[in-house]
Design a protein around this ligand. Structure first.
Ligand SMILES: Nc1ncnc2c1ncn2[C@@H]1O[C@H](COP(=O)(O)OP(=O)(O)OP(=O)(O)O)[C@@H](O)[C@H]1O
Ligand SMILES: Nc1nc(=O)c2ncn([C@H]3C[C@H](O)[C@@H](CO)O3)c2[nH]1
Length: 250
């Protein structure tokens, strides 16, 4: 039974053209029962810069039985038949951006297609942030040839049109680049030791361009959280917004 996705309103030869407001053009998750459609989870994409606190937010909400947390597949990205795709990316972005973003797109689709009987799915980022933040940054930084950019863009458009990739809410952890960079250094992921603050500043601009200025299609309503706060304050913020994030599931 195909889902009536509340998101897909894709023109034949263009990117996702979706409504960025709360209304949807088709059935929303909560309405599906009224049409006797099988239930689908409420899907939340947790978006934000490197080090903005996405994993920390997901760990906070994992305490609720209704939540299926789907983290980024770092293990897949750092060991692809023995190849460290993420390590290669940061050693030579010009050589590996196309390969990494192609593989990231595949693993994003697999994240979106996670099977669960839980009522809320928390994704750590999405196919959309790969396209509108990372691929866009790689291209504008000169790390993707125009042909590579076009291939990734056509793959993205095809996947959004033909795959089931619904998102019902985006939580944007908005943090200053310097704050993200401090945390990235603190967390000390091996592959990221050479990441310059300029990358964090560039990615910040693309997140703002996408989720605040809406210069690229935004597939769901955006809940913006100030992610500059300390851990305790962030926990209070998560608690304050839990009903929105859990779509009233508690
Ligand atoms: N509010 C906070 N204050 C201080 N440190 C934090 C805060 N939130 C997270 N951290 C720490 O910053 C580092 C990055 O946090 P986290 O892994 O949650 O970010 P992330 O957005 O998932 O990063 P990535 O995009 O690299 O996966 C971790 O070491 C984490 O413990
Ligand atoms: N180029 C590129 N494309 C993506 O889709 C993508 N998603 C995440 N990342 C990088 C950011 C962190 O270092 C690390 C963990 O988030 O992986 C990406 N890099």
């Amino acid at each position: 039974m195909p889902w009536l996705s509340p998101l897909r309103d894709v023109d034949n030869n263009s990117q996702v053209s979706t409504d960025s407001g709360m209304k949807s053009s088709a059935v929303s998750p909560s309405d599906s029962s009224s049409l006797n459609l099988p239930h689908r989870p409420f899907v939340v994409s947790v978006e934000g810069n490197i080090g903005s606190g996405k994993t920390t937010l997901m760990q906070y909400f994992e305490r609720y039985d209704c939540v299926e947390a789907v983290p980024e597949p770092i293990d897949k990205w750092t060991n692809l038949k023995g190849h460290n795709a993420l390590g290669n990316l940061y050693m030579d972005a010009n050589r590996w951006s196309f390969s990494f973003n192609t593989y990231a797109s595949l693993t994003r689709c697999q994240m979106h297609e996670t099977k669960t009987n839980k009522s809320v799915v928390l994704l750590e980022r999405s196919l959309y942030s790969t396209r509108y933040c990372f691929v866009e940054n790689s291209y504008q930084s000169g790390d993707l040839h125009e042909m590579e950019y076009e291939i990734l863009t056509r793959w993205f458009n095809y996947l959004v049109k033909h795959e089931h990739l619904p998102i019902d809410l985006i939580v944007y952890l908005k943090a200053e680049p310097v704050k993200c960079y401090e945390r990235l250094r603190q967390r000390h992921r091996r592959e990221e030791v050479s990441v310059p603050i300029s990358l964090i500043e560039d990615l910040h601009r693309f997140h703002e361009c996408w989720l605040i200025e809406k210069k690229y299609p935004v597939p769901a309503p955006v809940l913006i959280l100030d992610a500059n706060l300390d851990r305790a304050s962030m926990q209070s913020l998560f608690d304050e917004h839990k009903s929105k994030i859990l779509c009233g599931q508690i």
